[in-house]
Ligand binder design. Structure first.
Ligand code: 5GP
Ligand code: ZN
Length: 138
């Protein structure tokens, strides 16, 4: 099976990991958190995903769920078509249950592209809950 994907950051020092088509990008903040090189308050770890609290929470529950391997955004993750997007969504729901917001309601957000507010170009789901969430979002 062949996969193509977009990688941001410095590839000169990128290391192949996992099944050989995913890369850790050495200047990527979330690759470093996933590798435990930068500390974060981890709330869930699965085989392929890591969930940790956002450093600047926008709700009582604000957890980021990331794949351990690097994909730039949700589009790149979806294009990989290897089940990882499913794993990420399942991890989001587990986080919501753990955080006690699954009954009251929670939001899963993938900011995709700078125009939508993406600032870290390693795909991540925001899991937000614990307060009333307005629609449409700002
Ligand atoms: P984006 O704007 O790309 O959708 O979301 C990036 C998120 O990463 C922001 O909500 C921001 O607060 C969070 N963030 C940025 N740097 C760090 C960090 O070093 N640690 C943690 N835990 N979150 C971070
Ligand atoms: Zn990364």
């Amino acid at each position: 099976m062949s996969h193509t994907k977009t990688i941001c950051g410095d590839l000169s020092t990128a290391s192949p990991i996992g099944n050989g088509y995913a890369f850790a990008v050495t200047d990527c903040l979330f690759c470093k958190i996933a590798a435990k090189e930068i500390p974060a308050e981890i709330v869930l770890e699965t085989g392929r995903a890591l969930a940790f609290r956002d450093i600047n929470p926008q709700a009582p529950t604000h957890v980021l769920v990331v794949p351990k391997v690097h994909y730039e955004n949700a589009a790149a993750l979806a294009a990989a078509d290897d089940g990882l997007a499913d794993d990420l969504l399942s991890a989001c729901h587990i986080v919501a249950v753990q955080e006690g917001v699954s009954e009251s309601g929670y939001r899963v957000v993938f900011n995709t592209g700078t125009g939508a507010g993406q600032t870290v170009f390693h795909v991540h789901a925001h899991v937000l809950g614990g307060r009333s969430l307005q629609w449409p979002p700002g």
